[in-house]
Design a protein around this ligand. Structure first.
Ligand code: HEC
Ligand code: HEC
Length: 254
């Protein structure tokens, strides 16, 4: 549609990507890093195997370089913020609540960078559920994000006023995918699961910045998936963003 319009008015297709200023593309790439798109869909967005055990499921993240040209910006926004494709199929494993609260400016930059990636790599098949996955879905242990979205959005983390609004926004978009949209951690948390972010009250500002940058908790402790999250995602937060996160989370009541 978009490309068709540009061609109709005589603008070469290549100039569409060029229309996004370089600073917006750099910011879009950084957002795709901190929001986890590049973690789950691969650095070049070609998608990858998430599960390959037929007893559980054979499951890939989508090849975004092939999927995105099929979506208008409005449709892409809808998929991200609802977890539902235009054809009515619903996404497994991919969050929606963090992206549903993203600002228009962040979406503009993110979409510009996503669309600037050339189509490459194979399309991946959709999920093939094995018996254990089916049983977990039937027992309600595994849920579609779209099924819990309304409840999640109706129970946002505490609003502590305008001075900490930026940190709250960052926590809701960057941390919530793992620490839950309430930021209170997963229900029935077991050791190694994401805790309530009220734990940040026990950190000083320097220790918090070190965890974001290096993945090491106080005492040079490696903390499982969190260490990986900082190494592949959170290291790209800007110092001012880390400060804003600390201002909010160190006061977050849990
Ligand atoms: C926790 C892992 C994870 C993260 C983070 C993630 N995705 Fe996904 N995404 C997936 C998986 C897995 C699928 C395929 C789901 C399915 O087939 O049911 C998917 C599917 C999609 C689709 C649907 C494409 C299609 O097949 O039609 C889009 C669009 C998408 N992701 C965009 C994004 C963007 C943009 C980001 C970052 C803002 C992102 N994803 C972050 C795991 C993730
Ligand atoms: C990819 C998932 C993921 C993301 C994204 C993520 N976390 Fe975590 N985080 C975890 C997990 C899992 C743990 C528990 C690790 C453990 O105890 O082994 C954790 C633990 C923590 C801890 C406690 C560390 C300790 O002292 O034991 C803090 C603090 C924390 N996260 C802050 C954040 C903040 C702030 C963000 C967003 C800027 C964030 N996390 C984003 C998965 C994540």
């Amino acid at each position: 549609m978009r490309a068709g319009l540009f061609i109709a008015i005589g603008v070469a297709a290549a100039s569409i990507a060029a229309a996004a200023p370089p600073s917006q593309l750099t910011e879009g790439e950084r957002l795709a890093t901190i929001l986890g798109c590049r973690d789950c869909h691969g650095a070049t967005l070609e998608g990858k195997a998430m599960l390959t055990d037929p007893k559980i499921a054979v499951f890939y993240s989508s090849n975004l370089t092939r999927a995105l040209p099929r979506y208008t910006d409005k449709q892409l926004d809808h998929v991200l913020s609802t977890g539902e494709r235009p054809d009515g199929t619903r996404l497994w494993y991919m969050d929606a609540a963090p992206y549903a609260v993203m600002s228009r400016a962040d979406k503009r930059a993110l979409f510009a960078w996503l669309r600037a990636q050339r189509p490459s790599g194979p399309e991946h098949p959709r999920i093939a559920m094995g018996p254990r996955f089916k049983a977990a879905v039937e027992a309600g242990r595994v849920k579609l994000e779209s099924a819990t979205l309304a409840r999640d959005l109706a129970n946002p983390p505490s609003d502590l006023g305008p001075a900490t609004a930026r940190g709250r926004y960052l926590a809701r978009t960057v941390c919530a995918g793992c620490h839950a949209s309430s930021l209170k951690g997963v229900e029935d948390a077991q050791p190694g699961d994401p805790p309530s972010l009220s734990v940040v009250a026990g950190y000083d500002r320097v220790a918090f910045a070190t965890l974001m940058k290096t993945g090491l908790a106080p005492g040079d402790r490696k903390v499982g998936e969190m260490t990986k999250a900082s190494q592949v995602r959170l290291h790209a937060l800007k110092p001012a963003e880390v400060d804003a996160l600390y201002d909010y989370l160190s006061r977050f009541p849990g």
